[in-house]
Write a protein of this length. Sequence first.
Length: 375
Amino acid sequence: MATPRPLTPAGLRRHLLAGQVIPAHPLALTARRRLDERHQRALTRYYVEAGAGGIAVGVHTTQFAIRQHGMLRDVLALAAESARAWLAPSPRPFALVAGVVGPRAQALAEARLARSLGYDAVLLSLAGHDGAGTRQLLAHCRAVAHELPVVGFYLQPAVGGRRLDYRFWRAFAEIPQVVAIKVAPFNRYQTLDVVRAVVDAGRDDIALYTGNDDNIVADLVTPFTLRRGSRLVTRHIVGGLLGQWAVWTRRAVMLLEEVKAEVQRRRPAAPSGASPAPRGAPPRDDAALASLLARGVALTDANGAVFDVAHAFAGCIAGIHEVLRRQGLMRGTWCLDPRERLSPGQARELDRVSRAYPFLTDDDFVAAHRDRWLA
C-alpha cells in the first residue's frame, strides 16, 4: 500500500486551522545513550493511534543535542517513515513538523533536510539569536520560509527563548509562508502580543497553537476578541504543540475534542429571523466550561510534576521519559546529557499527580496496544 504523501500547503493550513494535538516527540535511547529504534518507532505509532494530528521532531523534547551527536537525520527520517507507514492502512491528514535551530546556514540546511525527508513544515526556534535585532530575525525567518512552511515559535526564556515583542510578531505575521505560531512564553501579556499581532495583520489563515504547558485548557477555551479597524475579531487558539502532550496523548486528543465542542457551543448564533442574544450575555449552561477549566487546573498541576517546575524545569525531559518508561514505551529515562535526569522528589510528584488525576492518564490505552507498537 502506498505511503501517504506530504500535505499540500493549502491542505496543511486547513489541517492546522482545524485544531490538532501535536506532541513534541521524545528521544528513546539505550542505556549507552544510542538511538533505540524499536522504542522510537513505538512512540511514533502511539501518537498516530492516539489520534494526534501530527508530531514535532527535532525540537526541545527530542533534545537539541541530537545535532552534536550526529543523530538529526536518523531521528527525523525514522519518525517520518514510521508515521506514514503506520498511517498507510487508513490514511488521514497528519502534519510532520521538524524543529529547526541555529544560525542562518544551519537553519537552512536543517530545513532542506526536513523537506528532503517529506516534512510538511518547520518549527523555527530563535533561541541563540540573542544579539540579533528585529530586522535580522525577520530576515532569518524569511530565508527559512523559502524552504518550507513555517510554524513560528515564542519560547519561554526559562528554557532558552528570548523576548519577542508585538512589533516582531506583527511583521512576522506578514510572511506569506507562515502557517501557524506556537505561543509558548508562559506569560499572558506576551501571549496576547502574538494574538493581537496576527489579528492586526489580518491573517485569518495563521493557526494559533498553545505551547503554554502551564495554561493549556484556558488557552484553548478563551475567545480572544480584539478590534481590527472598525470591527471586532475573535480568534481562538485551536490546538497545541506541546511537550506535555508527548505523554497521556490519547487523553489529550479526547480533551481537545471536548474543547472544540464547547467552543462551538458558545459561539453566538441566532436562528433565521431571530434577534441575537445581547452582546456579553453569558450562556445559560456553564457546567461544561467549568468542568473543562477544573481539568485545566489538574493538568497544570500534573505538568508541574512532569516538567519539574520545582527545580526550574531541570528535569522536564526526564519527567516525560519517566511517564513513558512507566507505561513501557521507553526502557529508561536516559538523556544525551548524563546530567539531565529526574530531580530529587520528582518521581514522588509523578506518583502524586497520577493518583490524584487518573482521568488525565491513558495507561489502559497504552497497555492494550503497546505490544503491537513494539513489534
